[in-house]
Design a protein. Structure first.
Length: 257
C-alpha cells in the first residue's frame, strides 16, 4: 500500500479522475481546480506512469484496476464518482466491474467499453514493435498532436512534454494491456448508478455512434457530445466539460439521496 502517487484538492464527495495514455496525473492540473471548490478531487498516477511504480511485467487493465481500488480503500475514498479519460476509462470500467457498490457514478471521458477491433489490435502491436526498435520518445512525441482537433492547439506542447516522460516499459506494457483488454458492455448494463459519457465530435478513435449505442445499455445514462473536439476535452473545451461534470455530480447527489 502507499505505492500510488496522487494529488488531492478540495472537500466533499470524492471524484477520482484517471488520466489517459501515456500521460500522468498532471494532465488534470488546470482542470481539477474547476471541480475542487465543491468536491474532493483525487488525481492518481496510474502504475508505471508519472511517479507511481510500474506493476510486474505482463500486467493487465484489471491488475491496474485492483491497484487503484486498493489505493481508494487505503485513502478511504468511498461512495465516489470515478471518471476515466481514454485509458483511464478502461481502468474505471474494470474497477466498477470488480466493486460496483463502491461507486456512486461512472464517467467515460473519450473512452469506450468496447474491446479493440482487430485493426486496432494490429496497430497496437505495431506500436510495441516501433518502441522496441526506436524507444518510447519518438512515439510519445508524435502521438499527442493527433489527439487534438486543431494541430496548433496551445496545450499540445504541455501534454507532449508530460507524455514524453513515459518509459519504454510503460508504453509497451500499457499498449499490450489495452490491446488485450476484454469488452465491458456487461459492466455498463449491470451498473445501477448514473453513467456519464463525454465524447468528441472529431475523435477519430472513438466514433460517436458507438458511444450512443453504449449509452443505451446503461440504466441511468447521460451523454454529451463536444463539438469541434477530438480526444482532449479537458483542454479543448475545459469550461464546457467542467460544467457537464459538475452538473452530473449534482444529479448524483440528488439520485443517491
Amino acid at each position: 500500500m502507499g505505492r500510488i502517487f496522487f494529488q488531492e484538492r478540495g472537500q466533499g464527495r470524492p471524484v477520482v479522475l484517471l488520466h489517459g495514455f501515456p500521460m500522468h496525473q498532471e494532465v488534470w492540473n488546470d482542470f481539477a481546480p474547476r471541480l475542487a471548490d465543491t468536491y474532493r478531487v483525487i488525481t492518481p498516477d496510474l502504475p508505471g506512469l508519472g511517479k507511481s511504480p510500474i506493476l510486474p511485467p505482463g500486467f493487465s487493465i484489471a491488475d491496474v484496476a485492483v491497484e487503484i481500488l486498493n489505493f481508494c480503500a487505503e485513502k478511504e475514498i468511498h461512495n465516489s464518482v470515478v471518471i476515466g479519460h481514454s485509458l483511464g476509462g478502461y481502468v474505471a470500467l474494470a474497477m466498477v466491474e470488480k466493486n460496483p457498490v463502491r461507486f456512486a457514478g461512472l464517467g467515460l471521458f473519450h473512452s469506450t467499453a468496447y474491446a479493440d477491433s482487430e485493426e486496432k489490435k494490429f496497430s497496437r502491436t505495431k506500436v510495441v514493435e516501433f518502441v522496441n526498435q526506436h524507444g518510447a520518445e519518438p512515439f510519445t512525441s508524435n502521438f499527442i498532436p493527433q489527439l487534438f482537433a486543431r494541430p496548433d492547439h496551445p496545450a499540445i506542447p504541455q501534454v507532449r512534454k508530460l507524455s514524453m516522460q513515459a518509459t519504454a516499459d510503460a508504453v509497451k506494457s500499457y499498449t499490450i494491456a489495452m490491446r488485450d483488454r476484454p469488452e465491458q458492455l456487461k459492466t455498463l448494463k449491470n451498473f445501477k448508478n448514473p453513467t456519464l459519457f463525454i465524447s468528441g465530435e472529431k475523435d477519430g478513435g472513438i466514433p460517436v455512434q458507438t458511444i450512443l449505442t453504449q449509452s443505451k445499455l446503461c440504466q441511468h445514462p447521460e451523454n454529451h457530445l463536444l463539438q469541434d473536439v477530438a480526444h482532449m476535452g479537458m483542454f479543448e473545451r475545459p469550461e464546457q466539460t467542467a460544467a457537464i461534470i459538475r452538473d452530473f455530480l449534482g444529479k448524483i447527489s440528488h439520485f443517491k439521496d
